[in-house]
Design a binder for this molecule. Structure first.
Ligand SMILES: CCCCCCCCCCCCCC(=O)CC(=O)SCCNC(=O)CCNC(=O)[C@H](O)C(C)(C)COP(=O)(O)OP(=O)(O)OC[C@H]1O[C@@H](n2cnc3c(N)ncnc32)[C@H](O)[C@@H]1OP(=O)(O)O
Ligand SMILES: NC(=O)C1=CN([C@@H]2O[C@H](COP(=O)(O)OP(=O)(O)OC[C@H]3O[C@@H](n4cnc5c(N)ncnc54)[C@H](O)[C@@H]3O)[C@@H](O)[C@H]2O)C=CC1
Length: 471
């Protein structure tokens, strides 16, 4: 009893108990069916979903298939590439078997049917598309689905960054299109971002939210923008991590700082898990991944600092775990134990020398402040734009989707704990040192909150007041 009291006192002193209490509140708040902002979807009747399809059985499609089958649905799993299909027909049952051992459940082996032909989805209630992150390919898939599926089938995309409204415009029933964004590994990570498109019907959003719940996920409704809530923040975090490598850090140093902070995986190990090719496809489509540029223009895009380190790695065929090489090396393609790679360290030395960058010592505090404060800053921007309904939604996204340490509550709660003035002061300082990184400037909402006397997190909504949000 005494030891327990002592522990609680220590926790209270460090703010951890407050964080945990908040975390449990946030978990309940985002799963709610009545939002403080009075969302249109939460009073709508979700549709029953008994049979679902997954299109594309790569990193994500396999995990999504497992999670759907574990939720008791019949699943049609479609993959056009024969080798990928064959691998998936072995991987999915063994993932299910391991899940069954862990959870003491049994899954009917015939609840999943595999096909190389999209026509197999003709009678499903809901489709989750998980093909390559390529808009032209996804457009084609959505056009085909719109013809093949029943007129009332919900068409969902697992895209990590692309425009859900544009995909909806490729179909006959745009009101039945929503984003269902899962997180890698999809059968393990608890988060589901449900992306509410401009034309998505409240019933379609409610159906996706309900299905997420049935799959044991924490479903968070978010608005449609590049990267939605989670990946839009992740992009800033990743960019800072790349800049730190340019300035002298190593993936090991950055990851160690983040893992000591409490993440299960630092940003580089996590990127290797997800696949470096996903972001590369996005940057190539945006015209950013041009590694032929030389001189000062090699490290600048659209007037802002840019690092082509991730692009160069992909050009070397280093896509992460799936190819056995990425920011780390693995014993084989698909291996999971990240080992330091001398090739990568040489590559970084050569890159710095080529660009005249003199490496310096970077400490843990700088890694944490630059990576996390810039992510938090983007979170404030997201709140201002109404892409997330409230700070607890963003915190749930980070805790359940990216392994943000729950004893630190989530990024927005963490900002509150650190003190908003301090976050502003540090961002301003880093912006002075890196004026070519505009998003290091504190966001308008963050500044307004400070000007309003830094109210506690549960009062931020009074300052946000976004009237355009659908959430
Ligand atoms: C302007 C905006 C533009 C935006 C563009 C931005 C683009 C950026 C591109 C990013 C790519 C897209 C990413 C995306 O959309 C969102 C994401 O998914 S990001 C990734 C999020 N995931 C994480 O952060 C994972 C963090 N890690 C963890 O939580 C844990 O380490 C993990 C759960 C993975 C493992 O925990 P552990 O306790 O070690 O688990 P177990 O050993 O018990 O295993 C449980 C289960 O997990 C499987 N597993 C474990 N390690 C791995 C691994 N390295 N790779 C794959 N799977 C792994 C393990 O096998 C178990 O499953 P079984 O089926 O039972 O085997
Ligand atoms: N890797 C990650 O961490 C995450 C990825 N996503 C998104 O999920 C989608 C898939 O990503 P990954 O699984 O990583 O990609 P991946 O490259 O591992 O798998 C894509 C699969 O789609 C298949 N495919 C391509 N065209 C097809 C078609 N017309 N019909 C059926 N199958 C087809 C490919 O053969 C491949 O097996 C992308 O939109 C990505 O942005 C979303 C969340 C996390």
């Amino acid at each position: 009893m005494e030891r327990e009291k002592e522990l609680m006192a220590t926790l209270f002193h460090s703010g951890q108990a407050r964080a945990l209490q908040y975390f449990f509140f946030a978990q309940r708040a985002v799963g709610r069916w009545s939002t403080p902002s009075g969302a249109r979807w939460d009073t709508s009747q979700p549709r029953p979903v008994r049979k679902a399809a997954v299109i594309g059985l790569g990193t994500m499609g396999r995990g999504i298939t497992v999670a759907l089958a574990q939720a008791g649905l019949s699943v049609v799993a479609v993959e056009t590439h024969a080798k990928q299909l064959m691998e998936a027909t072995k991987a999915v049952p063994s993932m299910l078997k391991r899940g069954a051992v862990r959870g003491g459940t049994t899954i009917e082996p015939d609840s999943i049917t595999y096909s190389q032909n999209l026509q197999a989805v003709a009678d499903v209630d809901l489709v989750i598309e998980a093909v390559f992150e390529d808009m032209a390919l996804k457009e084609k898939v959505f056009q085909q689905l719109s013809i093949i599926c029943k007129p009332d089938t919900l068409l969902c995309t697992n895209t990590s960054s692309l425009d859900v409204d544009h995909l909806a415009s490729q179909t006959r029933h745009p009101e039945l299109v929503v984003g269902m964004h899962f997180f890698a590994p999809a059968h393990v990570m608890k988060l589901l971002e449900v992306v509410y498109g401009r034309r998505s019907s409240p019933a379609a959003v409610a159906t996706a939210m309900q299905l997420g719940k049935k799959m044991g996920k924490v479903s968070v409704a978010v608005g449609n923008c590049r990267g939605f809530a989670g990946n839009r923040m992740l992009k800033r975090y990743l960019e800072q991590a790349f800049f730190l490598l340019e300035e002298g850090a190593t993936p090991e140093l950055v990851d160690r700082a983040l893992e000591e902070f409490g993440f299960p995986m630092g940003v580089f190990r996590m990127s290797d898990l997800s696949g470096l090719d996903v972001g590369w496809r996005v940057r190539k489509a945006d015209g950013l991944a041009d590694t032929s540029l030389t001189g000062t223009s090699a490290r600048v895009r659209q007037g802002c600092r840019y690092s082509s380190l991730g692009d160069l790695l992909c050009e070397h065929g280093r896509f992460g775990q799936k190819t056995g090489r990425g920011w780390y090396q693995y014993d084989k393609p698909g291996g999971r134990v990240a080992k330091s790679d001398p090739w990568l360290h040489n590559f970084l030395d050569e890159y710095r020398a080529r660009h005249g960058l003199v490496p310096r010592c970077i400490d843990q505090q700088e890694v944490l402040e630059r990576c996390l404060f810039v992510l938090i800053n983007e979170g404030f921007q997201i709140l201002e734009e109404g892409i997330a309904a409230g700070p607890e939604d963003i915190d749930a996204i980070y805790v359940f989707g990216y392994g943000w340490p729950r004893h630190r509550g989530g990024p927005m709660f963490y900002a509150d704990m650190v003190g908003l003035e301090r976050v502003v002061e540090r961002l301003e300082r880093y912006h002075q040192a890196h004026p070519d990184v505009p998003y290091l400037q504190p966001s308008g909402l963050l500044r307004r909150l400070v000007a309003n006397g830094s109210p506690p997190i549960h009062k931020w909504r009074n300052v946000i007041k976004n009237r355009n949000s659908q959430l």
